[in-house]
Write a protein that binds this ligand. Structure first.
Ligand code: DGL
Length: 264
């Protein structure tokens, strides 16, 4: 099985993209709803939670891990690669590759949680691959709660998005990375506010494509992942109505969230 984890159900945008591109591989998903949000927590806490989440997915039979949470990916990717002997994928690298393919003027905007932006991971990764690129980042801490409230198309949400994006717009970015699991759900209003000509990048499709290429090159692993014969499972550390509604909205069908207790 392909193991996917996030701090909540936002990472289902990534699980959904994998399911659409790679339907023969069952997924085991874990959303850490009892301990969300990660975006406002310290690096040590995010790293510890990420290790526990990975252990849980491996116990469920995952043979490959996808860190769907930008915040966890920005803090814990290297640690998980050192600690666990399975392939670890994350959402930041494919988003950066796509951004570098798209940008013409070399001015890239990135939005994410406080922890992701504070980590500087997007800027570092982009500049490591193209030195001359300018990266303009903005933490948008109010957007995750707005999405979780289902305020996807409210006037207040549009106002807040405009306020966050204005500095990036002033910097004339031509490419714009949605560096958080929840932002694809605000894609339309973000696109409208940042400008129609700006390429908006949602890392989930890019991650799924990277995963497909990897599995094509590793047929034994691919066969093992497909062979489990089990249906996909969606675990969360707490079940709430709002989360169930978001999960259903993302997948376009009812999703059964199974509760599992994590150590605190
Ligand atoms: N999943 C987180 C991310 O992609 C957003 C929610 C949170 O802060 O936990 O950064």
């Amino acid at each position: 099985m392909i193991g996917v984890f996030d701090s909540g159900v936002g990472g289902m945008t990534v699980a959904r993209a994998i399911e659409q591109l790679l339907p023969r591989y069952p997924l085991v998903y874990f959303g850490d709803l009892a301990r969300t949000p990660y975006g406002s927590k310290s690096a040590d806490t995010i790293a510890a939670y990420s290790c526990q989440n990975t252990e849980f997915l491996l116990e469920q039979g995952a043979k490959l891990i996808v860190i769907a949470c930008n915040t966890a990916a920005s803090i814990a990717s290297d640690l998980l690669r050192q600690r666990f002997d399975v392939p670890i994928f994350e959402v930041i690298t494919p988003a950066v590759h796509t951004a570098l393919r798209c940008t013409v003027n070399g001015r890239v905007g990135v939005i994410g949680t406080r922890a992701t932006i504070r980590s500087g991971v997007y800027e570092r990764t982009i500049k490591a691959q193209r030195e001359g690129c300018q990266v303009y980042s903005q933490a948008c801490p109010l957007l995750v709660p707005l999405v979780e409230e289902g305020w996807l198309d409210k006037r207040e949400t549009k106002m807040i998005v405009r306020r966050y994006l204005q500095p990036l717009k002033n910097n004339q970015v031509d490419t714009f990375v949605l560096g958080c699991t929840h932002y694809p759900l605000l894609r339309e209003i973000i696109q409208a506010r940042i400008g129609k000509k700006v390429q908006v990048i949602d890392s989930s499709a890019a991650l799924a494509a990277e995963l497909r290429d990897y599995l094509d090159q590793h047929p034994e692993l691919a066969a093992g992942l497909a062979a489990s014969g089990q249906p996909s499972r969606y675990y969360v550390s707490d079940v709430t109505e709002a989360a169930t509604a978001i999960a259903q909205r993302i997948f376009g069908r009812p999703i059964t969230l199974e509760r599992v207790l994590m150590d605190h």
